[in-house]
Design a protein around this ligand. Structure first.
Ligand SMILES: Cc1ncc(COP(=O)(O)O)c(C=O)c1O
Length: 424
């Protein structure tokens, strides 16, 4: 018996019930540009949901979002089901879980129900997309920038051996992406444009709409990596008309490691045939048919082997909280708090490697002070959780659960550490 599967969004006739979850602006893929202090304070009501906030100054959601206490129950329930239901769990819950979590994620980016496959990480999502295409034709150019996350870059560079002609557009300043040069590089021979929506190093918000428009004008497809955007800036895949979207839940979505998502635009999803495939993508997986696959028409079409159930269960509480908090409100608060961090960094004369224009800035502020790597290490010892990245500095990422005074605590600590290191 085949358990019920995720929504059949790629079948034309099922589209009518694929209601959009929200409406959005097209311009840069971001909305909500004003700050409302009262709304921001209201977000602090979620603090008790995150145990680590009692023990640390948590400014690291760009790397790993705080764990919601609900994850204890979710993981316990997973163990309970495995222990008591055994193999029946597949039919009763686990087979459809990836589709349900996919829809939870999709609701945050206005994706139609059933258009999101899940994978363990973004690199796998890129591989699934790549496997839908051939690089032996004239249209085999892959255009991206050196500001992409390195794992994504390594993956596409490796596709040269399959015939991909990789064209990397370099940044001029280490912060922004030269949009015009990127657009010029996307030409009639371009097949794919894998780009980050928000740059991990600098939090620069790429002009996704312009890139997608140019790509479509010349017949290319865009793979938008929303790892650093979804959950902190509004993303609307339908308004952007993006071809593919991917990211993970472990940062701004507080969903822990092991769950990433792949959105495929439904009209493409109905026709593409990923060669990186497996039995979860089969129309009749429990028929265990031999020979070539017969692709299912649901989001599972872009999946392959057995899904990581514990990770999917752990992802759910964070997704629920982020949905309740509301990405618009999160964005408004983030814009204000990142501006505050920039102001404090300026006051101390430290270099800010993040855009000052709030519309072009994601949720992180990268600050390069003297001996930044050592400063980061010392902050961690003091339970102020941040990270350090080469060519960026110390990255600080307030999220909806961050109090304003925590920004001052972090900056004061940096000041103390830098003064002490000058003295010693
Ligand atoms: C923009 C972006 N893409 C991808 C990744 C990670 O990729 P993967 O899920 O393959 O580890 C990160 C960070 O971890 C990132 O910031």
């Amino acid at each position: 018996m085949k358990p019920a599967c995720a929504a059949d969004v790629f079948r034309e006739e099922t589209r009518p019930w694929s209601e959009p979850h929200s409406v959005s602006a097209r311009s840069s893929g971001t909305r909500a540009r004003t700050y409302n202090g009262a709304v921001s304070d209201e977000l602090l009501r979620f603090r008790p949901e995150f145990p680590i906030l009692d023990r640390t100054t948590y400014l690291i959601s760009n790397s790993l979002g705080a764990m919601p206490r609900g994850v204890f129950d979710a993981v316990h329930e997973f163990a309970e089901i495995w222990a008591t239901r055994g193999v029946r769990a597949w039919e009763e819950r686990w087979w459809t879980l990836a589709g349900e979590v996919g829809d939870q994620i999709g609701a945050l980016m206005n994706a139609p129900r059933g258009s999101i496959a899940t994978h363990p990480n973004v690199t796998t999502c890129q591989a699934v997309v790549a496997s839908c295409f051939e690089f032996s034709q004239k249209r085999n150019k892959v255009v991206y920038t050196d500001m992409n996350f390195p794992s994504v870059m390594y993956f596409w560079e490796a596709q040269r051996s399959r015939g991909a002609r990789v064209h990397m557009v370099p940044t001029d300043d280490g912060i922004t992406v030269p949009t015009e040069r990127l657009l010029d590089a996307i030409d009639e021979e371009t097949l794919l444009v894998p780009i980050s929506h928000v740059i991990f190093r600098s939090a620069y918000v790429n002009d996704a709409a312009a890139i997608i428009d140019k790509a479509h004008a010349v017949g290319a497809h865009v793979v938008l990596d929303t790892f650093q955007s979804l959950g902190t800036i509004p993303v609307d895949v339908q308004a952007l008309n993006v071809d593919f979207g991917c990211g993970g839940v472990l940062k701004w979505l507080c969903g822990g490691p092991g769950t990433a998502y792949l959105y495929v635009r439904p009209d493409l999803g109905r026709t593409l045939k990923p060669t990186f495939t497996g039995w979860f993508a089969h129309e009749n997986p429990f028929g265990f048919e031999t020979g070539a696959t017969r692709y299912t028409s649901s989001a599972y079409r872009f999946m392959n082997g057995t899904t990581p159930i514990p990770a999917l269960e752990a992802a759910r509480p964070g997704l629920r909280i982020v949905a309740e908090a509301g990405v618009e409100r999160i964005r408004a608060k983030s814009t204000r708090q990142t501006a505050r961090l920039i102001e404090l960094a300026d006051r101390h004369g430290w270099k800010v490697n993040t855009p000052r224009d709030p519309d072009r800035r994601g949720g992180t502020v990268s600050i390069d002070m003297p001996h930044a790597e050592d400063v980061c290490r010392e902050l961690l010892k003091r339970d102020i959780l941040v990270d350090w990245r080469p060519k960026a500095g110390v990255r600080m990422s307030p999220h909806f659960y961050t109090r304003d005074d925590e920004l001052d605590t972090a900056i004061e600590a940096v000041k103390e550490i830098t003064v002490a290191s000058v003295r010693s």
